[in-house]
Design a protein around this ligand. Structure first.
Ligand code: URA
Length: 251
């Protein structure tokens, strides 16, 4: 876990901190305070604008919040949306977040192509993003790819493990390839531990086939929440954030 994930002494309005957990809106927090249901450091609060720090203990209806200075969001990215914070032409993954999750400085940790769907991690924690993207940290990314023309699976699997050499001569780190059963189509699971431009598409291109659909289903040890429809997003829990950096020795 990144050092920047540590709680700190910066203060924020209580209603803002509680609403930032994504479960209730700021106006609902005001009502909870009115109902004497919010407690800070053991004392019932009467002012929703009270300044609190990330070190204060906050309880709502007797449940402790483990608030973090940073925000970590799982979005099930639909096709046609670009993974950037801003774009002149297209809608971005940050634009399509629901209002209650939107806040300053959010950006996608890593790029998915416009036509790729699935798990997009959006955060405002630059150090964490760097940690999970750096090839030195070996945080895996898992994709399901459907390709146009079948491949020699055993040969491809060996090439993935040994490190695919792309058309431009780039030698990739070891990756895993698995054939998905239960379909007549050519569908594969791919696990990589770096994030080069169009990497998965270029890996299959080196085998003489074309990716026709690509979905990211996991980052490190955290799988895409399949109850999220395409375009839906939710905050990650502290346990889920920790699980991202656990790869369970996949590669
Ligand atoms: N590899 C690709 O080719 N595209 C993506 O969006 C992600 C990985």
């Amino acid at each position: 876990m990144s050092k920047s994930n540590k709680k700190d002494n910066k203060t924020e309005r209580l209603d803002k901190i509680i609403a930032s957990q994504g479960l209730v809106s700021r106006s609902e927090v005001k009502q909870l305070v009115k109902n004497r249901e919010v407690v800070v450091n053991g004392v019932i609060v009467t002012d929703p604008g009270l300044k609190v720090s990330y070190n204060d203990s906050i309880a709502v209806n007797g449940v402790n919040l483990s608030q973090s200075r940073y925000t970590y969001i799982m979005l099930n990215k639909p096709r046609g949306v670009v993974s950037a914070s801003e774009d002149k032409r297209d809608k971005t993954v940050v634009d399509i977040l629901p209002d209650e999750l939107k806040r300053k400085n959010l950006f996608p940790a890593g790029r998915l192509d416009k036509d790729t769907t699935g798990f997009c991690l959006i955060t405002d924690d630059g150090e964490f993003a760097h940690d999970i993207l750096s090839p030195n940290h070996h945080v895996t990314k898992t994709y399901i790819a459907e390709v146009s023309v079948d491949i020699d699976f055993e040969k491809a699997k060996k090439a993935f493990i040994e490190g695919v050499v792309l058309a431009d001569g780039t030698v990739l780190l070891s990756a895993l390839l698995e054939k998905m059963s239960g379909t007549d189509r050519h569908v594969f699971k791919v696990v990589i531990k770096e994030g080069k431009y169009h990497q998965v598409k270029r890996m299959f291109a080196s085998l003489g086939t074309t990716v026709i659909s690509l979905k990211r289903i996991a980052i490190g040890g955290l799988e895409l929440d399949e109850t999220l429809s395409e375009g839906d997003a939710r905050l990650l829990t502290a346990v889920e954030i920790e699980s991202i950096v656990k790869n369970d020795g996949k590669i």
